[in-house]
Design a protein around this ligand. Structure first.
Ligand code: NDP
Ligand code: 2IT
Length: 451
């Protein structure tokens, strides 16, 4: 991942990103992946160069960093750091999730906001890109502590968001409970009921059917499209899904509905291998209702399930792997193990879960590989459907909303395939996704002038 690996016309741009954003390794990684894909159009579109589109696209429109003080149940004071990076609003209001995890820093929020800009462009919906969050660790915190934290976080963030300005949603550590507390505080401070300011809301207060399921269902629909191109389906496939949070759970559900068997899931403590297939009801009960660890799943499941502390899920033989936990979770050795065991397809449910070295291993071995900005776009696309319902004060049923999600994933797949074919690298979903998304954002930026 060095500037010399890039087309000469693109090298100065990447060098500038390195110089102006020192130490932000995740952000560098995300920018490099995009710029590397632009080789076929480097120097060929003079209007992009004249208007310095690439320089502007790598510079967030606005970055907000703030103090979040709160008091825990014992009365102790904690100070966390809050972030919102409003990356690009050429296509619509800033849109993207909030992440609460102790690892959160500016580099991680910037890489996520950068990816979000292009992901949102691929959905075909009128949404720009942004991301936010905090280094707050929700693990082991009571509901009252979570609420106090969310209220303090929102007491600053409220002034930067809005239906037409910036529309946050969930990500790691932020689900329906947190969106409720955040939206409640926004409503209290502003004094109006502005449903469209958040997505991922509960069904009784402006939420959309299928938003909870959308990212996991979406990545599975995308993978199904990839298999269909090869004349295959999920039927009979052995599948790994890393993570065991929102995205992972609903990927497990949809894979099972399409005839595949998910034999393993994971969390940051270890891996559960369940040869009979993951018991979805038990997984939901342990993770969504009781908010416990996977060791509890293995203990309750008994016989067929084995928990390995600290193990790598990628050592388990499979046909399809869906990384659905976090960035850089699938490294070169993981990819080598997957290939050695005959993996046919890797589609990302998480954001940037596969390292550049691992991507190379998969592509060299001709494994079908889809980057998250294409394959995990179902979550934000359904958020945009939630915004549509809020704007029209309507609510749609589950079946028709799921059908729209499936169509959107099929359309995104089509856009990637078409761009990869057009620019001379058929089957390269990374190049297809990046070129299709970049040209869409860049064209809008040219039209809007130098802003
Ligand atoms: P959740 O918080 O619901 O679940 C996250 C899962 O990933 C947990 O199993 C967690 O394990 C694991 N995990 C998180 N961080 C780490 C880490 N540093 N090392 C190992 N495991 C980790 O989050 P989501 O399911 O919502 O998000 C998962 C991924 O999907 C993220 O990359 C997110 O950005 C992406 N994504 C999410 C969307 C959404 O709509 N929610 C949309 C598109 C992408 P543990 O409990 O042990 O921490
Ligand atoms: O990474 C993502 O696309 C998300 N976390 C969902 C963002 C959203 O606004 O629904």
């Amino acid at each position: 991942m060095s500037a010399s690996d890039l087309h000469p016309n693109l090298q100065p741009m990447f060098e500038e990103v390195l110089r102006r954003n020192p130490g932000e390794s995740e952000f560098h990684q995300a920018v490099f992946e995009l710029i590397h894909s632009l080789t076929p159009i480097a120097g060929k579109q003079p209007e992009y160069i004249k208007w310095s589109i690439l320089n502007r696209i790598c510079e967030p429109e606005r970055q907000i960093i703030f103090r979040v003080p709160w008091i825990d149940d014992s009365g102790a004071v904690h100070i966390n750091r809050g972030f919102r990076v409003q990356f690009n609003s050429a296509l619509g209001p800033f849109k993207g999730g909030l992440r609460f995890h102790p690892s959160v820093n500016l580099s991680i929020i910037k890489f996520l906001g950068f990816e979000q800009t292009f992901k949102n462009a691929l959905t075909g919906m009128p949404i720009g890109g942004g991301k936010g969050g905090s280094d707050f660790d929700p693990k082991g915190r009571s509901d009252a502590e979570i609420m106090r934290f969310c209220q303090s976080f929102m007491t600053e963030l409220y002034r930067h968001v809005g239906e037409y300005r910036d529309v946050p949603a969930g990500d790691i550590g932020v689900g329906g409970r947190e969106i409720g507390f955040l939206f409640g505080q926004y409503k209290r401070i502003t004094g109006h009921y502005e449903s469209g300011v958040f997505t991922g809301k509960g069904l009784t207060w402006g939420g959309s059917q299928v938003r909870t399921e959308a990212t996991g269902y979406g990545v599975t629909f995308f993978a199904e499209e990839m298999l269909r191109v090869k004349g295959e389906s999920f039927d009979g496939k052995r599948v790994l899904v890393s993570g065991s949070g929102n995205v992972a759970i609903y990927a497990v559900e949809k894979v099972a509905q399409l005839g595949g068997t998910v034999v393993a899931v994971s969390d940051s403590d270890g891996v559960v291998l369940d040869e009979k297939g993951i018991d979805l009801d038990l997984l939901k009960e342990v993770k969504e209702v009781r908010r416990e660890r996977l060791t509890e799943y293995a203990a309750a499941r008994g016989g067929s399930a084995r928990h390995t502390a600290g193990g790598s899920i990628w050592d388990i033989p499979c046909d399809v792997a869906l990384p659905c936990a976090t960035q850089n979770e699938l490294d070169e050795s993981g990819a080598i193990a997957l290939v050695a065991n005959g993996v046919r397809l890797v589609a990302e449910g998480a954001n940037m879960p596969t390292t550049p070295e691992a991507i190379r291993v998969l592509q060299d071995a001709k494994v079908l590989y889809a980057p998250g900005k294409a394959s995990n776009a179902g979550g934000v696309a359904t958020s945009a459907l939630e915004m549509q319902q809020n704007a029209s004060r309507d609510s749609w049923d589950f079946e028709s909303t799921e059908a729209r999600l499936q169509q959107i994933m099929s359309d995104i797949h089509g856009r990637c395939v078409e761009a990869a074919d057009e620019y001379g690298d058929p089957g390269n979903y990374v190049m297809g996704a990046n070129v299709a998304a970049y040209t869409k954002v860049a064209d809008a930026m040219v039209a809007l002038g130098l802003i």
